[in-house]
Ligand binder design. Sequence first.
Ligand code: 3PG
Length: 399
Amino acid sequence: KSIADLGDLRGKRVLVRSDLNVPLEGATITDDGRIRASVPTIKALSEAGARVVVCAHLGRPKGTPEDKYSLAPVATRLGELLGREVTFASDTVGESARSAVGAAQDGDVVLLENLRFNAGETAKSADERAEFAGQLAELADAFVSDGFGVVHREQASVFDVARLLPSAVGGLVETEVGVLRRLTTDPERPYAVVLGGAKVSDKLAVIDNLIQTADRLLIGGGMVFTFLKAQGHEVGRSLLESDQVDTVKGYLEQAQERGVEIVLPVDVVAATEFSADADHEVVGIDAIPADRMGLDIGPESSALFAEKLADCRTVFWNGPMGAFEMAPYAAGTAAIAQALVDITSDGALTVVGGGDSAAAVRQLGFTDDQFGHISTGGGASLEYLEGKDLPGITVLDES
Ligand code: 3PG
């Protein structure tokens, strides 16, 4: 069901689950991409005359309030982007929330305090979750699931509440799923996936799946050193998951059997420590000094990766190639972004998945419209590509 199926919303209280989990430095939002992406659905509901009750999480507080995880700065930014006042409730389902929702007029927007200040939101026990979901449901007449970044979480505001209210999928989730479906259903080929980020253990399931579906897998970031080790290279003090080396060897063999090309760096930027001021140099992957750590792919690798992407018609990218937040280690990530921008202008479908990668491309000066799609979901988009059921979506099919 989409929002139109909920009927006339004028005067109705509509609970919207958005993903407003943005990076903050103190009270300053350093990347408001997820708030921007959430605006169209909230705006459409407000313009339809609904009393819009937005709920979301920030960070991973453990079920009790913590100032640093307050959504107050997000309420201010959301108001600026919507061009109307957003009433911020200082709790999620308590007195403040009930009175803010009770006072809301048609078209008004209320943002509830961080869902994860309540233990019931992420509780393992279905009963505890259902109890919290019941309190959320009392604040509304209908529910719209629009937080794509959390649809892989079986949590009260994502999953349980959809069983208690007439529910619909929001426009952001519809768009995200529509784009990802193009990657999983007969993608135009060559289809390449670029994977980076720190840990290979977070990406095992998706690699397993991509070996069946993609034509090329380009790997960088901290996770690449486990691949390089599996190929017999010494990686110095670089990130290494020794317990995954055998698994990775298995992937390399499977990929070869299936004719999937795995592209690894040929050089890296090796530094004496994890710091922007550290002494660093470009070395070949067979010459990483024992006392250095690789913090980015090197220039020859950037050129190689760009060449491997140049003829692709579909590319999914998740995870930076290096410690891009420090200037000496940003070139590899920038090179991938540029390669994607180039093929996007030639009509290829390029999808950037994940909060970190999205923040990286914006921080490096690229804009969203230079890519086919920038997904708001990191874990969610990976789980979609793995072919897993996403609880926040299956529950809507059920209802
Ligand atoms: C994300 O940042 O990927 C989403 O907001 C989900 O957050 P979580 O991983 O803490 O559930």
